[in-house]
Write a protein that binds this ligand. Structure first.
Ligand code: FES
Length: 105
């Protein structure tokens, strides 16, 4: 596992507003949720919809194309939207001084 710096700073994130980022060639959706930053693989498991353009509903990020729902903390797909499957999430590390963000992958 290695740390990859995101081209994002915590100060640029708005609560529950997914933002696109890239690390190690992977597209990520980064979300500030309940005061903590999460990163989920942004390519939807259904038809590759862009999760970074989705929205949050409670603890879930919702795909903008067909509303597949994933838990932002675990990547677990909601069984009520069984056209999507579990997807990877990555631990986000925040530099408390600068607000710079990186992910462990
Ligand atoms: S592409 Fe995401 S739910 Fe269909």
């Amino acid at each position: 596992m290695a740390a990859y710096k995101l081209n994002l700073n915590r100060s640029s994130l708005e609560e529950d507003k997914p933002t696109g980022a890239e690390a190690n060639g992977k597209k990520l959706a980064v979300v500030l949720h309940k005061g903590k930053v999460y990163a989920i693989y942004a390519v939807c498991t259904h038809e590759e919809g862009p999760l970074e353009e989705g929205y949050m509903d409670k603890d879930e990020i919702i795909c903008p194309w067909h509303a597949g729902a994933y838990n932002i903390m675990t990547g677990k797909a909601n069984p009520d939207t069984n056209w999507v499957h579990d997807t990877p999430v990555y631990k986000v590390v925040e530099d408390k001084t600068t607000g710079d963000l990186s992910v462990d992958m």
